[in-house]
Design a protein around this ligand. Structure first.
Ligand code: ADP
Length: 610
């Protein structure tokens, strides 16, 4: 049987059968009556519930509330004060209201709010924030004569409660005395509960919408930024699958591997195209998925035969879940920067420096040769003159001696220039992977001894000690290059200890496990390496520079170091030579004694010859 009330929006309490009315008003009646009224009572609550559930915004809630309350009473207005920042007051009139009546309502609401510990506010504030939400039929009816009542005859205030939290107050007002039947208070409170939940739902929905709009705006802004970025940007998911890429990335990638589709994994892309750089990129992304950030790694994306192949810098960062629930990265952000143009400029600069250095080397060699020739001739002449001078005669300063000193300066300056030119040529070689080593067997101890002798000959202020605790010091290496390494470090030790002092060169041999997978037995010669240290007690290097001094053209420039000549290539070349031999180089400050110690290692036999 279809209920009389199902789906109805026109239900009125006054139309309710007597027994339900009594049940709602708490009028006991008979037990039998109350039991028979339950289904209809539930039906009534169902209708109210539907009205509130259907409300999609706060104004719909107000209408549902007004309609339901009007089923119970005939009254002048209802008001809703909502707690918030700021509080909000809605006045919903059932009929046109006079100014005095409204003022009186607001005064009473202020008192009620104070009584239930609402954040403090006065009548003026509440009046200013009040919003008159008049239903159409009331809003149109604005003639002065219709507004008669100036005093409130009766009122009730019911707190609006959700989850034991007072979210506001519902207040009903009428011009007549005794309108709000205390017997209907229970029903009014139930309606207030419905209204409270509906208002809270609307508030949450509004907040959710606002957040969604904000998130959408943010998303659009981000998309715009990504689209207009000149850097190519690629986003991958947690499996290294490309989930999005900007226009710059599409353009850049299309130059080498054609169109890249979203949804393809980088390793699949690498396999399809079989290009080493894509395998490297997939590897870097894999590292980032383990939580590592990779910065500015060079990728050669062009043909290796080209003079300046297409070169990119790639930086990859792990993408973490904003909620922090997942500990593993949920993807990666890949930024590719095309540096081919700057590589081309660099190459041109290098070629220029290399050509000029070559051109300079030939005249320098002749200047050096002729200077040496002149020095030898003049020395012979001076020696002859001395031999012819009778013993005991007064020593005379020969003009040739002055010439000899001048020529010594020319020679040392030429050597300085020659070193500079060699450093520039080496730098080009290292840069373009053309540092070729000529291996030979020799005794490292002999090389160190001859280097120490030659540097010692150039300085009287310093004493260079050679401390070798090793019997057999045979090594397979590029002798000239190792000489260059030791020479550079010794020259620096002398140069950067301007007040002279000791310089200590030590040589140790150690068993290394770096080559553990080598086929040789544990104590084979092949498993040994040498450690050379060169300590000075000079100006030292402050900690912030320690990590950088091996970089190209890096020089410590401050008031105390400006006096030292150099271009900052020596340590760069030294490091490249040591590493080409499979060794390592590092530096440490000497602590309280001051000065610096450089260490480098060199395997007894290079891994390529093992
Ligand atoms: P440079 O031609 O300037 O000597 P290097 O590459 O040999 O170039 O050295 C780089 C910088 O490292 C130097 O400018 C100097 O500031 C610092 N340096 C190198 N060796 C020493 C040392 N033994 N003591 C103090 N500073 C040093």
């Amino acid at each position: 049987m279809q209920s009389k009330y199902s789906g109805s929006e026109t239900l009125s309490v006054s139309e309710l059968p007597n027994n339900i009315y009594r049940a709602l008003t708490g009028d006991a009646g008979g037990m039998e009556n109350r039991i028979s009224a339950i289904p209809q009572e539930m039906e009534f609550l169902n209708v109210i519930g539907k009205r509130f559930v259907a409300a999609i915004d706060r104004f719909h809630v107000h209408r549902a509330l007004l309609t339901t309350l009007q089923d119970l009473y005939t009254f002048s207005a209802c008001c809703i004060l909502l707690r918030g920042d700021p509080n909000e007051l809605f006045i919903i009139p059932c009929q046109p209201l006079s100014h005095d009546f409204i003022e009186e309502m607001i005064r009473r609401i202020t008192d009620a709010a104070r009584a239930i510990d609402f954040p403090p506010m006065d009548i003026r504030q509440l009046t200013e924030m009040a919003y008159l939400d008049a239903p159409d039929e009331v809003a149109q009816f604005r003639t002065q004569e219709a507004i008669e009542a100036t005093e409130v005859g009766s009122s009730i205030n019911i707190p609006l409660i959700v989850n034991n939290r007072i979210i506001g107050i519902l207040s009903l007002f009428d011009e007549l005395i005794g309108t709000f039947d205390t017997e209907l208070l229970k029903t009014t409170a139930i309606i207030a509960d419905y209204a409270a939940i509906a208002l809270e739902t609307v508030r949450l929905r509004e907040r959710e919408n606002a957040l969604w709009r904000q998130a959408e705006l943010e998303r659009q802004r981000l998309e715009l930024i990504l689209r207009s970025m000149t850097e190519a940007l690629l986003i991958t998911d947690e499996n290294g699958v490309v989930s999005s890429l900007n226009q710059s990335a599409r353009t850049l990638l299309s130059q080498v591997i054609g169109d890249v589709e979203i949804g393809v994994s980088l390793s699949t892309l690498a396999q399809i195209n079989n290009t080493p750089w894509l395998f490297t990129l997939a590897d870097i992304v894999h590292q980032a998925l383990q939580g590592q950030t990779v910065k500015d790694q060079e990728l050669i994306a062009g043909e290796s035969g080209e003079k300046v192949p297409m070169t990119w810098w790639v930086s990859v960062a792990p993408l973490h879940d904003a909620s922090g629930i997942k500990t593993r990265p949920i993807g990666t952000v890949v930024v590719l920067t095309d540096v081919t143009a700057s590589k081309q400029v660099e190459r041109l600069k290098d070629e220029f420096v290399s050509v000029v250095s070559h051109e300079l080397r030939t005249p320098l060699t002749s200047i050096k040769g002729y200077t040496q020739h002149l020095i030898r001739r003049i020395e012979r002449r001076v020696r002859k003159f001395r031999e012819q001078t009778p013993p005991g005669s007064q020593p005379v300063e020969l003009p040739e001696s002055i010439d000899l000193r001048s020529l010594a300066i020319v020679q040392s300056q030429t050597e300085h220039l020659e070193r500079l030119v060699d450093e520039l040529l080496d730098r080009s070689r290292i840069q373009w992977g053309q540092l070729i080593l000529q291996y030979e067997d020799f005794h490292l101890a002999d090389l160190l001894a001859s280097s120490v002798r030659s540097v010692q000959a150039s300085t009287e202020q310093h004493t260079i000690h050679l401390d070798i605790q090793v019997q057999d010091t045979t090594v397979t290496a590029d002798r000239a290059r190792i000489e260059q390494v030791v020479g550079n470090l010794l020259d620096n030790a002398v140069k950067y200890s301007p007040h002279g002092g000791q310089i200590v060169v030590q040589l140790h041999k150690y068993l290394t496990n770096e080559f553990a997978d080598s086929v040789d037995s544990d104590n084979s010669d092949h498993n040994y390496a040498y450690l050379v240290s060169i300590s000075d007690y000079g100006i030292g290097i402050s900690p912030e520079h320690l990590d950088h001094i091996f970089e190209r053209f890096y020089r410590i420039s401050n008031a105390s170091t400006r006096q030292y000549s150099g271009v900052g290539l020596g340590l760069y070349i030294t490091k490249a030579i040591v590493e080409a031999h499979g060794g390592r180089i590092w530096v440490a400050s000497n602590g309280p004694t001051g000065g610096t110690t450089f260490f480098f290692t060199i395997p007894r036999v290079p891994s390529t010859l093992r």
